[in-house]
Design a protein around this ligand. Structure first.
Ligand SMILES: [Mg+2]
Length: 447
């Protein structure tokens, strides 16, 4: 069946089905997936929350977008804003947020194929492959680079004398690397075979990952501030930080705030007003305090299970969440709560691995089964020990179209979209509720 025929059938089936497009090298090209029946309002007896990482829990989506744009700049030889303005917010962002890296890169290669310069692509691919093998610290990525070199007829780089020499050297300087790049580019540019669409995607993915991992490596070495200055427009921000309200949300649903929850009301409202542009004067503080006290009491006796579910690979998610919890502990220490409570919550936030009840990354599945496929969320539900009869007691939080579909595909009927600035243009039909005010709004209006 072709896409058009499927679309006709889909219309007849209503809204509770989704058509998922697979990466280019997968059969079939499209899969028709049944979504869980939509639940309109959340149950009072929730048992778990499953939530996305990039764009929902943290600000890292910005780094992914930056790395994709960097990749496009490298392969089209347009490194500055004078030669190319960069990715288009409205047109491109819905296609490069929330899906698998392969699908994001496929979209960009297809959309900007006229701008790609094969020579630049070859040069940057060799650079990225060498960086990953010599400087990168993720072994899974190194293996993938080796497969790419093999697939693109350039495996002999691995046995090149100068490459091995640098590999065995204790410290590799930037000049060492640059010299090696030039040497290898000259030697292997002609034998490197990038012909089909799939080859273009494969080589470009390496460039994307190299940039992303270069940034993560800097973060893991405590150089977050320095890199932030190069990438973010707002220089006062951390490169990786929890999104507004994440700390309060996690502490609340885990029942950690007790009756001191009212001491963070102001902060919560501040977050909410900043995101939604609403004014504080319109908010009934007494009513909110009552609601928060009731919620806090409920979660204190029945804390929710919390899973974080991400299409990022383990290596990335580990660095990102470690940094997020570093910042969370700083945040909590500035909350206006008692000393003992602070100590208690900071202790709970000491390690993301012990905090979350389930932590699922792309490395638990495979690139071809990432969101919008159900797999990562199904794995999370299984790790949480939740049976399918109780899926209606789970709430799912996602900032992207494909994420919301993944949640519904996994059998969860109540999905809330929490778009951030760059994903507001997504289609959130699969969500029961779109909380433009992010997690603060989820606390104030949905729980
Ligand atoms: Mg996301």
């Amino acid at each position: 069946m072709n896409k058009r025929k499927v679309a006709v059938y889909l219309k007849k089936l209503g809204n509770d089905f989704s058509l998922i497009q697979n990466p280019n090298y997968i059969h079939p090209k499209f899969e028709l997936v049944q979504l869980a029946p939509r639940i309109v309002s959340p149950r009072n007896d929730l048992i778990a929350v499953v939530m996305d990482m990039d764009g929902t829990t943290t600000t890292t989506e910005e780094i992914c977008i930056h790395s994709l744009e960097y990749m496009m700049r490298k392969i089209s030889g347009r490194m500055d804003r004078n030669t190319w303005k960069g990715l288009n917010h409205e047109k491109d962002f819905p296609n490069i947020i929330g899906n698998s890296t392969t699908r994001h890169v496929e979209y960009l290669i297809d959309t900007y194929k006229k701008d790609i310069k094969l020579n630049e692509l070859k040069k940057s691919f060799i650079e990225s492959a060498v960086w990953t093998l010599l400087i990168g610290s993720d072994n899974q990525r190194k293996d993938e680079v080796k497969s790419s070199l093999r697939a693109l007829n350039c495996e002999s780089i691995l046995t090149n004398e100068k490459f091995i020499e640098l590999k065995n050297k204790r410290t590799v300087t930037k000049t060492d690397l640059r010299n090696l790049y030039t040497h290898l580019q000259k030697k292997y540019k002609n034998s490197l075979s990038i012909v089909s669409f799939h080859d273009f995607v494969r080589a470009s993915i390496e460039i994307y990952y190299q940039r992303y991992h270069e940034i993560l490596l800097a973060v893991s070495k405590g150089k977050s501030r320095k890199v932030a200055g190069e990438i973010l427009t707002d220089k006062n921000k951390h490169l990786i930080e929890p999104l507004a309200g994440v700390g309060i949300f996690l502490a609340l649903v885990k029942g950690l705030l007790g009756n001191e929850v009212v001491k963070v009301t102001d902060l919560l409202i501040e977050h909410y007003c900043r995101i939604t542009n609403e004014t504080k004067e319109n908010i009934n503080l007494r009513q909110i305090n009552q609601k928060l006290l009731a919620l806090s009491k409920k979660f204190e006796s029945n804390p929710l299970k919390v899973a974080v579910v991400t299409s990022s690979i383990y290596y990335e998610a580990n660095i990102v969440l470690t940094e997020v919890f570093n910042v969370l502990r700083d945040e909590v220490s500035s909350w206006d709560i008692s000393k003992n409570r602070k100590k208690f919550i900071i202790e709970k936030f000491s390690n993301y691995k012990t905090f979350y009840d389930a932590f699922v990354t792309a490395s638990d599945s495979n690139e071809i089964r990432l969101k919008p496929h159900r797999d990562l969320y199904s794995i999370a539900l299984h790790h949480l020990g939740i049976e399918s009869k109780d899926f209606d007691k789970v709430i799912g939080l996602e900032d992207s179209e494909s994420g919301t579909i993944a949640i519904r595909s996994a059998g969860i009927g109540f999905c809330v979209a929490v778009p951030f600035a760059k994903s507001v243009g997504h289609n959130f039909e699969a969500a029961s509720f779109v909380a433009k005010g992010g997690l603060p709004e989820v606390i104030l209006k949905i729980l």
